[in-house]
Design a protein around this ligand. Structure first.
Ligand code: NAP
Length: 251
């Protein structure tokens, strides 16, 4: 959002935490002198009232970019019955899939009438192939990928670009703010790179080192991908344990 505002684009921020939203909106308008609007919404529910509220708040805006970025994942990488309690099944469906379909359904008709629009759906590399130990998350991201690719075919020729963005790992809250490396970029590095692909690539990893890794893994036998996931599981869970220890006051 910050990088879109830097391109002089007014932004509407939708998320759960009203305080954080206001702080971010204030920083964005102070720095880039664009208009900001904030809407507090919790997408873990599929209540019609949530989408009615959003529709009424968004009325009157000519929205050009829709970025379906909200997402939630598992706390650990583990087998399905261990890391996916019932409550998480519903939350992941609502946050990762329902919000994307409903927000697109809400804003696409206006884009069709105005004959311009860009929809970026944040999927994941783990949605491109089955992702052991992240089965539910990967499946929701697979929805995002297929949904976007189908919409791109329907609307591409009507001046509406739909992009499926499928990164590997990026350092964010979701990945416990792991120290950035070339293969695990900071959010800023990743977003800068991904923004350059808008209008050029309808399905992309969004970041060159991820595209190279993706080309290798997509073409490798499924056993190689399975071992990649096992290695990732080992490293991610180590990081999660370390963070838990830090939070409980140990070094
Ligand atoms: N980090 C990665 O390695 C990676 C890789 C591939 C794809 N992705 C995808 O990238 C997207 C952004 O994730 P991130 O890595 O930036 O993680 P993040 O820091 O945890 O951000 C997740 C975003 O989703 C919002 N969100 C989560 N649950 C919500 C809910 N119930 N209602 C409303 N908003 C909610 C969060 O808002 P709050 O501020 O309210 O928490 C936050 O803005 C996600 O779709 C994720 O699946 C991430």
């Amino acid at each position: 959002m910050i990088q879109l505002a830097a391109k002089n684009i007014n932004v509407i921020l939708i998320s759960r935490d009203a305080g954080l939203l206001m702080e971010l909106a204030r920083d964005i308008s102070n720095e880039f002198h664009v208009r900001t609007v904030t809407i507090q919404a919790d997408f873990s529910s599929d209540d019609q009232s949530l989408y009615d509220m959003l529709e009424s708040r968004l009325q009157g805006f000519d929205i050009v970019y829709l970025i379906n970025n909200v997402g939630t994942s598992h706390d650990t990488l583990d087998r399905f019955h261990v890391n996916t309690p019932d409550k998480l099944v519903a939350r992941m469906i609502n946050v990762n899939m329902m919000s994307m379909a409903r927000m697109t359904r809400m804003l696409l008709p206006g884009m069709v009438v105005r004959r311009r629009g860009v929809i970026i759906n944040v999927s994941s590399a783990f949605g491109r192939n089955p992702a052991p130990y992240l089965a539910m998350y990967g499946a929701t991201k697979s929805f995002a990928d297929y949904f976007s690719r189908a919409l791109q075919k329907e609307f591409g020729k009507h001046h509406i670009a739909v992009q499926s963005l499928t990164p590997y790992i990026v350092s964010t809250n979701m990945t416990k703010n792991a120290p950035p490396t070339t293969l695990l970029p900071s959010a800023e590095t990743f977003v800068r790179s991904a923004l350059n692909t808008i209008g050029l690539e309808s399905r992309t990893h969004g970041y060159l080192p991820h595209s190279i890794l993706g080309t290798i893994l997509d073409n490798a036998p499924s056993l190689v991908r399975f071992y990649y996931m096992k290695l990732f599981r080992y490293q991610a869970n180590k990081l999660i344990e370390k963070q838990k220890l830090r939070q409980s006051g140990h070094k």
